[in-house]
Unconditional design. Sequence first.
Length: 416
Amino acid sequence: MSEINYSLFGGAESLDEGRTPPSKFNRAPRRTFAVNEGDESVRDEYAYTALPQDPKDFLWLMTEEPHRSRRMAIMRAHPEVTKLMGREPLTKYVVLFVVSLQVTIAILMRHHSPLSPLFIFLAYAIGGTANHNLFLAIHEITHNLAFRRIAPNKILAIFANLPIGIPYSAAFKGYHIEHHKFLGQDGIDTDLPTRLEIICLNNVLGKVFFATFQILFYALRPTFVRAQTLTYWHFLNILAQVVFDYMLVSTFGTRPLIYLIMSSFFAGSLHPCAGHFIAEHYLWDGLEQETYSYYGPLNILAYNVGYHNEHHDFPSIPWTRLPALKALAPEFYDTIPSHPSWPMVIVNFIRDKEVGIFARAKRIGKGRRIEISVAGGPGATSGISCSKIVDLDDEAIDQEIESSSEGDLTESDKSE
């Protein structure tokens, strides 16, 4: 009589023993590669490090979000990174130019039918790109990186919101700051898809629908997941937008407003720049990496939002200096897989069975904190403490959350 094996894995060394190894016959090609991945011969598009994710659920993690830990490590190795933090005066001029461009084109479109090829082409090619640029201008301004004081940043965000046609800049600030501080936390980070989205959209047609109308998901999902308390900034945002839209329609007719809203839809739909929505935090190649960067030329049109690991690590560094951050710490960023193309992210998201609405990392609570000791380590300098700087950075995010939900100016606003 044969002996029964009562071992945990039935005699195997692990649950993976005996499985068919990943190959080009049962896996999609790798979609992300690190800049510093060794010899080109090593960059095998079928060389995987992990099995595909279970498509029936999100990836649930027990650890904290990764950016605090890397911020600590970079501060230890490169304390001079603080010199990159601050405001970018160029932002307000770019916003003024793009707003002027969009309003001018919108007014010129009053003589053309919204169904004409020229109208649709301009709304997609120029309007979609311009309004996407304004989406990301508002994102940049949300971190108070255009002016020193909070109030001028909020006013500039409301101004940048005008060609978008629908008021959202005031509400976006609160949701986005929480996205940074509570990355991946279920019920707080409204960037995360809901369980209902997995049920309804977890197939090719569902992914096509999501990619086409993703601007609506990002606009409507937060209101169902996590309601905000309205402040006078919200009302000012709404009032400014209503007055602008009314003046535009009463003076030039409805077509200019149709152009602007159509531009906003295209900006968050199947548009090359819209690939960043999916590229930033969806999981790829069976990895547990929560944030991906993109270093291609479309960053020129998008406030360098492709430098997304860099942005989450140091949200106080403005868009013009994110490439300098990457250059300062290549040992941290060149070893992280990144996306080579935003447009192909949309294509691969739709066609790859291993990536879908489910491909996001979630956590309940902040997760287990990873502490990094820097005392006496390389890069340590007298008079500077990595832990202290990181704590201050966390406190700054807390203050941003508080200020985003308050109507009154902060003390720094009043003193300057």
